[in-house]
Design a protein around this ligand. Structure first.
Ligand code: SGN
Ligand code: CA
Length: 534
């Protein structure tokens, strides 16, 4: 009797795996690629950390993907900014190869190039992108697209303007953008696609991007709590020249719009007056304060609370509409044969190092969330610490779809890793290169390498302090095991000569493997991108 349930269990396991193999022969998996904008791992309960401790149920639906699949702890973007990360994801290639380096005046994404949606489409998939796109040019490789185009392609939280199938402009006034994206996705899943074909849907939220306007439903979720501050809230940036130079501090650079201090008579104001009211906070002037008494540390704390409550309210909304999708997959019977991925275009600073925004190669913005569920293929509740990059997403998805991975794709499929199979030749370092300067946040161009234990960063260009034709040569070295908060720059310190030399060699090897520009070309191109004329 005791063995009876065990035998039944074995039998059902057997039939389940049999069903799998026949399914594999006949059916390609559907893929739902969910991506939000600026969602840091620190604001996902499944990833742990101070906010997860304070709010264990912050993201129950995203956590569900981890519970029923795998959470990857070490997935990184190759350029921590919106458009460039999206271009790297679509092409499986680094910015210097796909040609899309920066958001601001970075040119438009060349949509005629090879992308994974195009390859899936060729292999018989129905493809769609719904929500944030932010690549300048009209989406290519999709049977259906409805993407945000207002606010420079950023989209807005309310009254979002979309471009449908590259032709029709639609202003949506009924819902908050996160709900709108869900409504559109549901409509395409139920009525829009060809039901006979496998599908790949990119389901992409604007939230929780600046200016952090939550859906009214979640606006007051955090009203009565005090959000815990990060350990590095008061980083002094000692030994970190570039970090000290940024314009992304909570104290100085959050403006009235970010903190929802709106003018009373906004309807009667001109665009210029409105801009002046909200003006972009820079480092050369006194930080904006709501009154005369709030200054210094008190002001910083006040801004942090306001910022975080609204950011987390946006996160709640994203999580809610992921829950709607997961429920829909259950109800429609699609769950079993659909790969669901959750990620964000990069991470974000939630007060760590005193900052908001991203761009720097420090962990909080460099790291992307990556959770994946594929019932019967990926074991529930599994965790991987392997080093992955956003350029790996395209080959991984092609691999799952059984489509040949073109040789010129620079990332590698991590299908074996998520399926828990042997993968002994996996990489032991990831490469990063950020370009956009000075807008928006005055973050100096830099590249670097991260291994499991160390990170080496090179800030090679600094128009403001370098004497030799803007050429700078600032290095940072961190021991991530002993200093996970990256407070202590070890570069040039006694005892680190050997590891520094080794990392520099590995950095050069990565640059050569990924066909990075030579140092001299990099300088010249940065001059052009930044608009410097000799
Ligand atoms: C806007 C934001 C910046 C942000 C960039 C890029 N300013 O310009 O704070 O860094 O987008 O973000 S805002 O006042 O207009 O909100 S990205 O996610 O698109 O890369
Ligand atoms: Ca972003």
């Amino acid at each position: 009797l005791i063995f009876f349930p065990f035998i039944i269990g074995l039998l059902s396991l057997g039939s389940c795996s049999k069903m799998n193999s026949s399914q594999e022969e006949t059916q390609q998996p559907n893929i739902i690629f969910i991506m939000s904008d600026d969602h840091a791992t620190n604001a996902i309960s499944a990833y742990g950390g101070r906010l997860a401790e304070q709010f264990p149920d912050l993201t129950p639906n995203i956590d569900r993907i981890a519970d029923e699949g795998m959470i990857m702890q070490n997935t990184f973007c190759t350029n921590a900014i919106c458009g460039p990360s999206r271009a790297a994801i679509l092409t499986g290639k680094f910015s210097h190869v796909n040609g899309f380096f920066k958001n601001e005046s970075g040119g438009d994404f060349d949509g005629s190039q090879q992308t994974f949606p195009k390859l899936l489409q060729k292999a018989g998939y129905q493809t769609a992108v719904i929500g944030k796109w932010h690549l300048g040019t009209v989406p290519t490789g999709f049977d259906y697209s409805k993407v945000m185009i207002n606010h420079g392609g950023q989209g807005t939280y309310f009254n979002t303007v979309f471009l449908e199938n590259g032709q029709d402009t639609i202003k949506e006034t009924r819902f908050h953008s996160s709900r709108q994206v869900w409504e559109d996705a549901k409509k395409w899943l139920t009525k829009g696609r060809d039901q006979k074909k496998p599908f790949m849907l990119m389901y992409q939220f604007k939230a929780p991007h600046r200016p952090w306007d939550p859906d009214p439903k979640f606006q007051h979720t955090f009203d009565d709590v005090e959000i815990v501050e990060p350990e590095t809230f008061n980083d002094t940036y000692e030994g970190k020249v570039a970090a000290g130079n940024t314009w992304q501090t909570i104290e100085r650079n959050l403006n009235r719009k970010d903190l929802k201090v709106h003018p009373e008579n906004i309807d009667a104001m001109s665009k210029q007056e409105i801009n002046a009211w909200y003006k972009y906070g820079n480092n050369n002037e006194e930080p904006w304060s709501p009154n005369d008494t709030l200054k210094g540390q008190d002001l910083k704390k006040w801004k942090y609370q306001k910022y975080m409550k609204e950011y987390l309210g946006c996160v709640k909304g994203v999580d809610h509409y992921i829950g709607e999708l997961l429920n829909y997959l259950d109800e429609s019977g699609l769950a079993e044969n659909t790969i669901v991925i959750y990620t964000s275009d990069q991470g974000f600073y939630l007060g760590e190092h005193g900052w908001f925004d991203k761009r720097m190669m420090y962990e909080e913005s460099f790291k992307m969330p990556f959770l994946i569920r594929y019932p019967n293929h990926i074991q529930p509740k599994t965790v991987s610490n392997k080093l992955a990059m956003n350029v790996d997403f395209a080959p991984t998805l092609l691999d799952f779809a059984g489509v040949e991975i073109p040789k010129d794709i620079q990332g590698k499929s991590f299908r074996n890793i998520v399926e828990g199979k042997e993968e002994d030749k996996w990489r032991d370092a990831v490469y990063y290169h950020y370009y956009e300067f000075p807008w928006w946040h005055h973050v100096l161009p830099h590249y670097g390498i991260r291994t499991e234990k160390y990170k080496l960063i090179h800030f090679y260009y600094n128009p403001e302090v370098a004497k030799n034709k803007w050429r700078a040569n600032d290095w940072e070295l961190f021991d991530l095991e002993n200093d996970p908060n990256e407070l202590n720059n070890l570069y040039g310190k006694a005892g680190y000569e050997e590891i520094t030399a080794e990392l520099k060699e590995r950095l050069l090897a990565a640059q050569s493997e990924y066909k990075e520009d030579s140092q001299e070309d990099m300088m010249k191109k940065t001059d052009v991108r930044i608009g410097r004329v000799y």
